[in-house]
Design a binder for this molecule. Structure first.
Ligand code: 5GP
Length: 116
């Protein structure tokens, strides 16, 4: 699989505001935030898109979601709420081809899914 900017961030080769890490996941602030809180949760295992995740490793996606929830609780906005999003390929708007989950929070979020 191709090396991406996220791999370089996880190897600490380029700077990022890393806000969370556990055995399976690294999370850092998005460089172009779309909400007051915008954090990207990236697995340490490599999959370019959700299409590449095998059934027997579906837990890799679950771990991204539970890490986001753990972070939301830790930061105190879990009860107010948040949104998690994963984009896939061109129509989904994916631009970095290492799977990642967006956590958006910090204000009421509008509807989503509107065509660009
Ligand atoms: P995607 O469009 O693939 O779902 O999300 C990729 C996200 O990565 C975008 O929201 C973009 O702003 C973010 N991003 C791209 N390059 C960098 C970077 O070098 N550092 C950080 N922290 N975020 C990045």
């Amino acid at each position: 699989m191709a090396d991406t900017i996220f791999h370089r961030i996880m190897r600490r080769e380029i700077p990022a505001d890393i806000v969370y890490e556990d055995d399976d996941v690294v999370a850092f602030r998005d460089i172009a935030p779309q909400a007051p809180v915008h954090v990207l949760f990236v697995p340490k295992r490599d999959y370019a898109t959700i299409n590449d995740v095998p059934e027997d490793d579906a837990a890799v996606i679950g771990r991204l979601a539970t890490a986001a929830a753990r972070y939301a609780k830790r930061e105190g906005f879990a009860e107010d709420g948040y949104r998690i999003v994963m984009n896939c390929n061109a129509d989904g708007g994916q631009t970095v081809f290492q799977i990642h989950l967006h956590l958006l929070a910090g204000a009421p979020l509008g509807r989503f899914g509107t065509p660009a």
